[in-house]
Design a protein around this ligand. Structure first.
Ligand SMILES: NC(=O)c1ccc[n+]([C@@H]2O[C@H](COP(=O)([O-])OP(=O)(O)OC[C@H]3O[C@@H](n4cnc5c(N)ncnc54)[C@H](OP(=O)(O)O)[C@@H]3O)[C@@H](O)[C@H]2O)c1
Length: 266
């Protein structure tokens, strides 16, 4: 993968109304990129746009539910009408969590998590392939999770969606190389965003913004990865160690987690 510059790049960032996506959008615009900020909450997108006015890049607010095919088409229409049909960077960042014991969750939750985190991201990527082919040093950046490498209990739906995203990212990286499109996977660990207040089942809602990395730090690392043309980055040392432990000693990690689960049920 090749090194790239941010200034002047045409970037689409989904999930730009809060957390990592908002931080990414602010930093990219500050570095001179033109960023189409996509999410459902218009007011929050406008707040992000207002917070970056006056710098060299440009922020565009685009209200869309990425699970809706017509909304995804409206993103492609913007690219055709405003950017001459070319996109340089697509960041599939929008995501939703779910925290629940599998037996007590339901089909609607599983389908919703997969829709947002996996199907919508992949279908938006497919739709924009011709536009990315017309872009300069084009890259699709998929925001996964350490839980797309290592499975944990009570987040099985989320884990499944991020493992799916991981697998498809690896396959597409090979497939799209011939078309001049890089595909990168970034895997944050726990990040102090609104993520935990908007989880579908809400068991950990009270943990919300207190924990983990700062969205600004996560965004800085993601942009550094895009600039360097990294194929994959795991953003925290703890995350790297967990992924390594899972590769080297998968049985041990499972047994530790099973023991914890037994204690939880006592
Ligand atoms: N926070 C963490 O601990 C953590 C850890 C690892 C990975 N991640 C990943 O990082 C990414 C960003 O999460 P975050 O921490 O920044 O959480 P966040 O603050 O809750 O942001 C999630 C974003 O996704 C958008 N979104 C959700 N459903 C959408 C839909 N149907 N259509 C369009 N946009 C939608 C939300 O905007 P609207 O509600 O306005 O639509 C929001 O902007 C996610 O993919 C998440 O899985 C987070």
């Amino acid at each position: 993968m090749s090194k790239r510059y941010i200034s002047g790049k045409r970037v689409i960032c989904t999930g730009a109304s809060s957390g990592i996506g908002a931080a990414l959008s602010r930093q990219l615009v500050a570095q001179g990129a033109h960023v189409l900020m996509v999410a459902r909450r218009e007011e929050r997108l406008k707040e992000v746009k207002d917070s970056v006015q006056g710098v060299t890049g440009q922020a565009f607010v685009h209200v869309a539910d990425i699970t809706d095919a017509a909304s995804r088409q409206s993103i492609a229409d913007f690219v055709s009408n405003e950017w001459g049909g070319a996109v340089d960077v697509l960041i599939n960042n929008a995501g939703v969590g779910s925290i629940e014991v599998f037996s007590e969750s339901d089909e609607a939750t599983l389908r919703h998590v997969m829709e947002v985190n996996f199907f919508a991201a992949m279908e938006l990527s497919r739709l924009l392939l011709p536009n990315l082919e017309r872009g300069t040093q084009a890259v699709i950046c998929n925001v996964g999770s350490v839980l797309g490498h290592v499975a944990v209990p009570h987040k099985s739906e989320y884990v499944a969606s991020k493992f799916a995203l991981h697998g498809m990212t690896d396959a597409l990286r090979i497939e799209l190389a011939c078309d001049g499109i890089d595909v990168t996977l970034v895997s944050p660990s726990t990040t102090g965003s609104e993520f935990f207040t908007s989880v579908l089942n809400g068991a950990e809602a009270s943990d919300s913004k207190r924990r983990g990395m700062r969205p600004d730090d996560v965004a800085r690392k993601i942009i550094a990865g895009i600039i360097k043309g990294k194929r994959e980055i795991i953003l925290s040392t703890g995350g790297k160690l967990l992924v390594l432990a899972d590769r080297i000693l998968p049985g041990l990690l499972s047994r530790i987690q099973m023991r914890r689960e037994e204690k939880r049920r006592e």
